[in-house]
Design a protein around this ligand. Structure first.
Ligand SMILES: Cc1cc2nc3c(=O)[nH]c(=O)nc-3n(C[C@H](O)[C@H](O)[C@H](O)COP(=O)(O)OP(=O)(O)OC[C@H]3O[C@@H](n4cnc5c(N)ncnc54)[C@H](O)[C@@H]3O)c2cc1C
Length: 530
């Protein structure tokens, strides 16, 4: 073994990296809840990869660049598209069971098509792809002798030290939720794979773990953060009081679902030549604008014209969940609204997944690799995580080979976190929940699908006040996961607003009604916060 590597997060990014690093190092993996609780586990649609003979790498690259609205880093996109298919095959070798083409003489992957893709290239496991990926990876991780998994451990702060003018990461402080103890975990390299930040917003498709912890932690430690203004709102979340974050996959539109007003009129033709198959940002804005125009609370996604057998076998999970709620999607249109879904920005990395601090990597939704630009193409995120985890693992091998010991002493500032357990004052949980709701409501109302300078400025003023209040609470109280999540949500909200205020144009997912045009003269660049 060449050293110890710390992995924070047990979604596709953290697990893939852990498996690869475990070939040459000891891996400590910490994760905030149970090991399967991640955005990955909820991914329905699939993994985009060029697997069909009629498809080609250049088509996938082109589709990704078009969706990214001029801001994707071409080298990152090419790396992902080129290396993706073999990593999907590796997942299959590790045991992933993806859907096969029923009609084919020899077993062949069934490839779906989703919004923004010019070809059929979505590898899927019915509509439960993420669960299958997570199951495969967790099984392999649990069977690996070099990987220790610590569930219910929430990372709080990076431990850093400076050497020769370079800040390096030595590990993290983490809260063990079962005994409320904060401990320091040291490692030769650290990966942030903490996923997305959907819970910065009131409505989201993300599970509760998605509070932007990795981005907030990295920012506090001085890492560069990029493109946080580009939040993808999934256009079609089920509108139902008992299922606020149940997603109706993009694949439903890909396989023929049509968006209609409540009176049955299709409306997407007026917004984009691809109609219901238009990219997500176009669809989300179109729905937002139709809802404002009509005053309705939702629109319909209609699959009643498809054969019921096809609908039930292609979307068994969506069919069953809707049926539980009294909606038979083979007969009734599905009521849908947009919700915060994916963060294109994050901890800025290079092509090897290296962040701007020494010994720190970021992969998956917590990272900004340059792949997504101003808008993520559907099903590119699982693929991105596979490819960049692979690169980060190879780079970690090189880092450990150099056998350069980490700097000896950690900054006192970061280790102070150990004192937090001793603080006796506990903030009341309902108060924390109330503050969280305040931030989420503010972000939904002022920093949502359509933004304006005035609303962003107002949101920034309010978030700054909240941020100060939360920091004081955090400094003076016993640390709980809820309090640390509130702190991170508030910080990520600030980062989103700051990035959105800096970008004086509309591009991809960032639509500002005061700057409604795309400005290629000044804004073909990332928004980077030091
Ligand atoms: C409903 C839904 C459907 C989707 N469908 C698709 C799809 O079809 N195709 C596609 O490509 N993408 C899809 N996505 C997006 C994709 O699932 C995610 O971008 C991807 O899974 C992110 O993987 P990840 O490993 O970066 O993060 P995650 O899978 O979210 O994992 C993050 C991990 O970090 C842990 N964690 C977080 N904070 C801390 C902390 N402070 N300390 C310790 N651990 C922490 C979490 O517990 C979790 O284990 C979908 C997302 C959602 C929500």
């Amino acid at each position: 073994m060449q050293g110890t590597v710390l992995v924070i997060g047990s979604g596709v990014a953290g697990l893939t990296y852990a498996l690869k690093v475990a070939e040459f190092a000891r891996v400590i993996l910490i994760t905030k809840k149970e090991d399967t609780e991640s955005n990955t586990n909820y991914a329905q649609g699939g993994i985009a990869a060029v697997m069909a003979p009629e498809d080609a790498l250049e088509f996938h690259v082109r589709d990704t660049l078009v969706a990214g609205a001029g801001l994707c880093h071409r080298d990152a996109v090419e790396q992902m598209v080129r290396e993706g298919p073999s990593l999907v095959r590796q997942l299959i070798e590790w045991g992933a069971r993806f859907s096969l083409d029923a009609g084919a003489e020899t077993p062949r992957l069934s490839l779906g098509r989703e919004g923004g893709h010019s070809h059929h290239r979505i590898v899927h496991a019915q509509d439960l792809t993420g669960r299958e990926v997570e199951r495969t990876l967790i099984t392999a991780v649990q069977n690996h002798p070099n990987i220790e998994v610590h569930e219910h451990h929430a990372a709080l702060e990076l431990i850093t030290a400076e050497r020769d003018g370079v800040r390096e990461v030595l590990g993290v402080t983490a809260l063990d939720r079962r005994n409320d103890r904060v401990q320091a975990v040291f490692a030769d390299a650290t990966l942030l794979a903490t996923g997305g930040a959907g819970h910065v917003y009131l409505y989201t498709t993300n599970p509760s773990i998605a509070t932007g912890d990795g981005v907030a932690i990295a920012h506090r430690a001085g890492a560069r953060i990029a493109n946080m203004e580009f939040i993808q709102f999934h256009p079609t979340t089920l509108y139902h009081p008992e299922a606020r974050s149940f997603l109706i996959s993009e694949a439903v539109r890909g396989d023929g679902g049509i968006l209609k007003l409540r009176d049955g009129t299709p409306f997407m033709d007026a917004y984009h030549p691809m109609a219901s198959l238009a990219p997500r940002d176009v669809v989300a804005r179109a729905i937002d604008s139709e809802l404002q125009r009509t005053g309705d609370d939702y629109v319909h996604l209609d699959v009643t014209h498809l054969s019921p057998e096809f609908t039930k076998s292609r979307f068994p999970n969506i069919y069953a969940r809707c049926l539980e709620l009294g909606i038979d999607i083979t007969r009734d249109p599905i009521p849908v609204v947009p919700a915060a879904h994916y963060s294109c920005g994050g901890v800025l990395t290079d092509l090897e997944g290296r962040a701007s601090l020494g010994r720190l990597y970021a992969v998956g939704e917590a990272a900004c690799t340059g792949v997504h630009g101003a808008n993520r193409l559907a099903s590119n995120s699982l693929l991105e995580a596979l490819v960049f985890a692979d690169h980060a693992a190879a780079d970690t091998r090189e880092l450990l080979r150099q056998r350069r010991a980490p700097p000896e002493s950690a900054d006192d500032r970061t280790l102070e976190a150990n004192d937090e357990v001793r603080r006796s004052r506990e903030v009341s949980p309902p108060f924390v929940a109330q503050l969280r709701l305040l931030v989420q409501t503010l972000m939904w109302a002022h920093v949502g699908i359509v933004r304006s300078d005035r609303r962003l400025q107002q949101a920034q003023r309010e978030v700054e006040i909240l941020r100060e209040a939360v920091e004081s609470l955090f400094a003076a109280s016993r640390v709980t996961v809820e309090l640390m999540e509130l702190r991170n949500i508030t910080q990520v909200a600030w980062l989103i607003i700051e990035c959105a205020l800096r970008r004086k144009e509309s591009r991809g997912l960032n639509f500002n009604s005061d700057h409604p045009e795309r400005d290629d003269t000044h804004w073909v660049k990332d928004t980077i916060i030091e």
